[in-house]
Ligand binder design. Sequence first.
Ligand code: F6P
Length: 348
Amino acid sequence: MSTSTKPKRIGILTAGGDCPGLNAAIRGVGKTAIVKYGMEVLGFNAGYSGLINCDYFELKESQLSGILTLGGTILGTSREKPYKLVKNGKKEIDKPEKIKQTYNELGLDCVVCIGGNGTMKTASMLAKEGLNVVGIPKTIDNDVWGTDVTFGFDSAVQIATDAIDRLHTTANSHQRVMIIEVMGHQAGWLALYSGLAGGGDIILLPELNYNIRSVCKKIESRYEENKPYSIVVVAEGITHPKGKSAALHVSEAIQTYTGIETRETVLGYTQRGGSPSAMDRILATRYGAFAAECIADGNFGSMVAIKNNEVTTVPLEVVGGKLRLVKPEFSLIDKARKMGVSFGDEFL
Ligand code: F6P
């Protein structure tokens, strides 16, 4: 006797800062869910706002074609935090309740939440309220706890590295010190990797306490060694006065203390734009396809992750709200120091 089982109906949302690879992840989830498991897929617009407002559209397989290489997210995103108290410390509406209403009225079997640590924290709280959720870690910052790497990171490293490469030629022509500020929120992964890939002479990370005197001494010693220009890569999260960019703060200090002509560039949102790198397309596809498999297996309440290049899952309650920062003892830092790269914490 055939038992007709209703096809699973799943929702997908993308939340937090956008990054290259989001559409590759949506495609990975959607194609696997539809083609392999015959699921129905709904795309929710603008992150958690779409769940709160029941703002969605059906994602058909045809709509998943041509988006692998597309930057941004076809679903849009927002930084909506449903559990955050709003306006004058009281909840205007019970947003988690609205999300549960949407989930139940649409008969969803699961929601795939693609985002960073804030998104995972909300997903974890929704799971505690009984919703089936699966998280996929994305961010150019690479600071999501529980996974070795997030998609978006590789693309941003390449964008920042291309920019640093260009600064070498103009710094050399003018014999200047060039400061470039990269994103990364409170983590230094983007600055560390692009700084090393771009041949940075000095790399300042939020996780290592830099000292401007040490930075200036390094630049002066380079000058004395007939190295007339220097490239300084700073993470946006390093210590600097409010209202002034990290790059400008460091640039002004160098110019003042050394008298060497210095210029600064804040790379900004270009690190979040454009088509994903090949590695990010692969990683986002792996995450998306594995998330769909987790749903088919009834494995909810977890975030998909990469550990030693193998896909796995990590409980959302372990991930939520934590940051994965660069460890000072990270071997790459040691290797860089041995090659003469300064992290601004020497001479102390
Ligand atoms: O989390 C990604 C990120 O680009 C961070 O590197 C950066 O600090 C932040 O988002 C910027 O936030 P927003 O897009 O809200 O300006």
